[in-house]
Design a protein around this ligand. Structure first.
Ligand SMILES: Nc1ncnc2c1ncn2[C@@H]1O[C@H](COP(=O)(O)OP(=O)(O)OP(=O)(O)O)[C@@H](O)[C@H]1O
Ligand SMILES: [Mg+2]
Length: 392
């Protein structure tokens, strides 16, 4: 028996000298009794070193469990085909190997297990590159889907516009009636030394808040319905638009203890646009800043800076709305201009403000970017091509 084994080993050694594989012969108890010299080329270990080594310690931790299970089966005489895993070479480099184990039976008794281990690192690299390419393709496809989705969204926006045009008119009148009646009762109460009980006043204020909210929503919806008369473009002074938009937003800023800082260029800043829509851009940006600051109850120096400037190098009019509010997280940053994206509670935000802003900015060949400030809060920067005759 002993002679036979020695003879076997010698025969294998001869046969396997030229094989590109590393060949191992093991007893069913797992003891290695032969290792072909190719182990040096693959793993940098001499056969003697491999015999000493606990091979499991060199196997990549992520592959270890499945290798242990497979080895267990092989030692029981099961055939193992092209089993792949990572192993660490003597120099620390990771080598991908493909392992085939075949049982050797002598007199119907499991005598040895022969393992052929092949270096497939290069093949794996190619495979991984293919996978990466495939992944990139998938991502590109995903982006395409995203674009189509955005287009569908804008189609949705146009239909909202049509509906909005219809309902705005119908709702506005009764809404005005409610709003004016509520305001006049509150005014009357003030003039009459607050004779109405507090509970009634609280309820009236709630009605006033509610109608205010409806008015806001209608205003938003209306922007989708662009009246032919409104659509005309003219030469608009951005500074003038800032001043006009402040007349809409000043009261809200005051009510929330926000200090507006206005820094406008000395001269007019002319762009080709529609004055109402430029004002809507501003009102939406300022409203977002107000809402962001409103959340910060404890904050003291709440400010919104509205700044215009002329970038001479590219002939652009720059409009910035800078607040020191909450800013936004990474997920919001990606979705800021998506229609119906809002982090606000139901009723406070529809997620349409910035979608409208983007629609108008695009229309006037402008660009818009929203970013967080290093010192907290957010900045929205809009740029438009400036009309040549604006001198600053
Ligand atoms: N100045 C800002 N600071 C912090 N977050 C902002 C600011 N502006 C916009 N955001 C974020 O972007 C989201 C989308 O803004 P957008 O104006 O489109 O919708 P909205 O304000 O939620 O609702 P709507 O404008 O329709 O009332 C907001 O919900 C908010 O999370
Ligand atoms: Mg908004």
């Amino acid at each position: 028996m002993e002679d036979e084994l020695v003879e076997n080993a010698e025969r294998y050694q001869m046969l396997m000298q030229n094989s590109p594989d590393m060949i191992l012969l093991q007893n069913p108890d797992g003891r290695t009794y032969f290792v072909s010299p190719h182990c040096y080329d693959i793993l940098g270990y001499t056969p003697a070193e491999i015999m000493e080594l606990n091979i499991f310690e060199s196997i990549h931790p992520e592959d270890l469990e499945k290798v242990q299970v497979a080895f267990g089966k092989a030692m029981k005489g099961e055939e193992l085909f092209e089993f792949q895993y990572r192993i660490s070479a003597k120099n620390g480099m990771t080598v991908w190997v493909s392992h085939t184990a075949s049982p050797i039976y002598i007199d119907e008794k499991l005598d040895s297990i022969q393992s052929n281990i092949r270096d497939i690192t290069d093949q794996k690299k190619v495979e991984q590159e293919l996978i990466a390419n495939h992944q990139a393709l998938l991502e590109a496809e995903q982006k395409n889907i995203e674009t189509v989705r955005m287009l569908e969204q804008s189609a949705k926006l146009s239909s909202i516009g049509v509906i909005a045009a219809g309902i705005t008119h119908e709702i506005n009148q009764p809404l005005n009636a409610i709003s004016i009646t509520t305001d006049s009762i509150l005014y009357w109460n003030k003039q009459n030394k607050n004779i109405l009980p507090d509970t009634i006043i609280t309820k009236l204020n709630r009605i006033a808040d509610g109608t205010g909210r409806i008015e806001k929503i209608i205003k938003h919806l209306r922007s989708f319905w662009i009246d032919k008369a409104e659509e005309s473009e003219a030469i608009v002074d951005i500074n003038e638009a800032v001043r006009n938009s402040l007349s809409f937003t000043n009261r809200q800023m005051q009510a929330n203890g926000i200090n507006p800082i206005i820094e406008l260029t000395e001269n007019e800043l002319m762009v080709k646009a529609n004055s109402i829509q430029i004002e809507q851009i501003l009102v939406n940006l300022i409203t977002n800043s107000i809402q962001s600051l409103k959340k910060m109850k404890a904050k003291k120096d709440k400010t919104i800076r509205i700044k215009t400037s002329l970038r001479k190098s590219s002939n652009k009019a720059i409009l910035e709305v800078i607040d020191n509010g909450s800013g936004f997280d990474e997920e919001s940053r990606k979705k800021l201009f998506e229609p119906f994206y809002s982090t606000k509670i139901k009723g406070e935000g529809m997620g349409l403000g910035l979608a409208i802003v983007k629609m108008f900015v695009d229309k006037f060949d402008g660009t818009i970017r929203g970013k967080n400030n290093k010192t907290g809060g957010a900045t929205f920067r809009v740029s438009f091509p400036v009309i040549d005759n604006s001198v600053n």
